[in-house]
Structure formats: structure tokens, C-alpha cells
Design a protein around this ligand. Sequence first.
Ligand code: KIV
Ligand code: ZN
Length: 512
Amino acid sequence: MSKNQIVIFDTTLRDGEQSPGCSMNLEEKLRMAQQLAHLKVDVIEAGFPIASPGDFDAVQAIAKEVKGPVICGLARANKKDIERCAHAIEPAKKKRIHTFISSSDIHLKYQLKKSREEVLEHAKAAVKQAKKWTDDVEFSAMDATRSDWDYLRQMFQVAIDHGATTLNIPDTVGYTIPSEFYELVSYLNAQLKGLKGVNLSVHCHNDLGLAVANSLAAIEAGATQVECTVNGIGERAGNCSLEEIVMALHVRQDQLNRQTKIKKDQIYPASKLLSSITGISVQPNKAIVGENAFAHESGIHQDGVLKNKLTYEIMTPATVGISKNKIVMGKHSGRHAFREKLKELGYPLTGDDFQTVFEEFILLADVKKEVYDEDIIALVDTRIHEEQRFELEAIQVSSGNFAVPAATVSVLDNGELKKAAAFGDGPVDAAFQAIKEITGFNGVLKKFVVNAITGGTDAQGGVFVTIEDQGRVVRATGSHTDIVVASAQAFIAAINRIAFYNRSDDRPEKLI
Ligand code: KIV
Ligand code: ZN
């Protein structure tokens, strides 16, 4: 690795997944991990295997199936966590155990209830234990930025001396500021012995909106790895955003003189994929990937950009994978072009999956003049990886300011046609009541989000639902030019997931 190369450690699937509303199921994590591999991140932190059987399975599936990046799992500094982590990442060609323990007096006193000496012993034992499973061991001193610097140095020295190959300095509570963090990283860089061949890493939270600035300051002080997440998701206010740090390094190479291996044109598809999986869109003014990141509104700016883009644009949308001409496909596009487009968007579908999505696309292209990348992503999301026990056949609703909203819905249940009619508080509620009656779904609708996926009055509506049934939470999306149809699709897709998971668990059939 070149001296000026920054290792991009992506923790979207671990720290990112800890953000409210961002939890993902195994299939969603796998899909996101494949996109992270297309993006060419160096390390994927795939999860925290001891946290739950689901986390373990997801880390193991990613370790088995995702090629390219190092696959990393998180473990507290104890034998049980480390062993569980080691088993989960075992199938990966390149694997890392990331073990951590707190270093601040506040955490030692109130959380760990241990002395500094005891904690040093735990750190030492954890690194030694992890080294038995893999050579690639990362050690983090949690709450590093609120720790006594000399104690932090001692802790990292112990970690190096026992074989840690990456030392991570987390700003766990997003407390530090760039000048202070620069000093801390410089201090550790100067004081630690045996750092040659060891990565100095930073992991910044965004509580004061400084995660990217702090990470850049750390890089200037000699950090060689940055931990970050797509769209900056993560605990509380989130983590350092991958797209922002990567593009800052790229655009300001003149000052920073560092490179990453990131395939920048995969940044926007990664951001979109994550939003479509979690149902959480980035704010319009979000740097790099927000709706307005490249929109010039003021007359002076528009005038300048028309004369020469350099007047007001420091990077092009195309660099980060936003197609200049967003109109990508129409009803005359053939199978070949569609297959290529899917590949470009990070969905190399084959067989029946491809056929189904292609047919959906042709139907959509018939009712919608212009089909955008986002439309296609929405179609794929609705269709793939679902075992469709229930299929929406037809839906009709009546509503209005003087009518009681009513819906008549027909659904195929494993091919058998079933119908129901219901009233509701609105057309969507009425449709959901009818669907519940048909499917026997008895759980709770926990979240219902509607987005206009694309602009214009012929925009597709994207609907995102989260439902819960007997402790199992699933999410699904639907998209259609008619918002009630999109809602019904999303609801049925989620019920299909519940049915699928129940069946694969060999649990008693709860639906019907
Ligand atoms: O924020 C933090 O301190 C963490 C550690 C586990 C690295 O996420
Ligand atoms: Zn964190």
C-alpha cells in the first residue's frame, strides 16, 4: 500500500445499523455489502456477531459471499465475544477482528467499574486472544478523546506490543474539535513505539457536526485509516460520512495529498441503495449525495455555470455516479440494455429475477414517458429476494371529502384468488384492512413513509412500510405511479417476508 493511501473502513452495517430506523435483515445487509465491495472499500465491518444470532448469521453470510474487501467483525474485549466473532468471519478470505474497550475515566468508573490497571490487562488479553484467530487485529480505545492522553498511549502501546495491526482512536461521543484531535493523533503518532506497519485509525461521531472535519484533521496528523458510513448513518448524529471524506480527499488532493481506492462513481448508487433499504432519505442539502448537491438555483450561479461549470462547481455530478442526463431508459430499451443498466446500478440480476423485473419495467415504461435510475432501483427493490406467497391482483378504492373511504382488493394466495372489501380512515387504511382480512396478517404497521421517487406529476410514489408480527420486524417497499397501489404492494411485500421467515423458521403458520 502506498504511503499516501488512506484505508477506508466502512461501518455502515455495524455502527450505521445502530442508528434508529436503520436496522437491516440478512438479505438487505448482503445486498448493501455487495455494493460496498463494488465501491471498493478496503474493510467492511459487517456486524457485531455476539449481539444476536441474526447479527452472527449476517456477518457469516457476508464473509462467505462478499469478495474483495477485508471482512471485519466487532467484539468486546472478552474471550466469548472474540470467539463468536472469529467463527462468524471464518469463511472470509481476508478477515479482521475488531476488539475494543473503554479508556476514559468516566467509562472506567461508571460503566466498567474497573481500575486502569485492570482495563489494561483486558486490552492485552483481548488482543492476544484475537491474534489466535487472525493476524489482522484492530484494537479500539472507546471514548479515546475524553481519555487521559498518557493512559491512552499506554493502552495503545500494550495493543501494539501484543500484535494489534490497527489502532483505532474513536471520538465515541463526538466531542472533539479538529485542532484538539490533530494534537492527539500527532501525540500518539510521535509517542507510540513500533507503529511501523500498524494502521492508525480514527472513528468520529457527528454530535457537533464535526465528524468529517475531525477525520481530516487526523489524516493531516498521520492517521492512515478512516472509519465511516454511507450517508453518515450511525449512533445518534451518525458517523463520518464516507462520501464526504472520500470526496474531500479527492477534491483537495492539492492540500491533503492522500488517495483512496474508492470507485467514486459508485458513491451515489450506494447512497441510493442504502436509502431504499432503510427508507431513510438524506436531506436535500446533504453534501455530495443530496438532491440539491449539484442544483444551482440563483440566477448569478446559473449564469456562471452556463458559461463555465468551474465558476460554481468543484466536482461534477458524474464523478460521484449521478448521471448528467437522468433519463436513462424508455419502452424501446431492449433486454440487453436493461441488463447492462441493472449491472451499472449494482443489481446483476439473472434468471427469473431478471425476467420479472424486466417485465415490470416494460409495463412502467408504457405508463411513464421517462424511466429514471431511481425508478428501476425501486422496481428491483420491490421484486427481488421475495418469496411471493401473496400477490396483489387488483385494487380499487373510492374516497373523497364526502365519502367513507373503501377498498376492494384481490390477492393471489399461492395462486388462489381471494377477495375482500373494507372501509378505513383513508384509502390506504381501507386497502390495508382488506389486505389484512385476506392474508390473516394480525401484526402492527409500525412505519409508513411515502416519497415521490422522481419528479413531475407522473412521478412514481415510493412507499416504505415497517410491520411487526409476534416480535419479528420487517420492512418492504412498493412503487407505482398510483400511491395507493404502491402502498398495497409494500404492505403485501412485507407480509410476504413475514410469511417467508415464519416458514423458514418452521414456526407454526401464523397467517390464515
Ligand atoms: O464509537 C465507538 O467508540 C465505536 C467503537 C466500538 C469503535 O463504535
Ligand atoms: Zn461508533
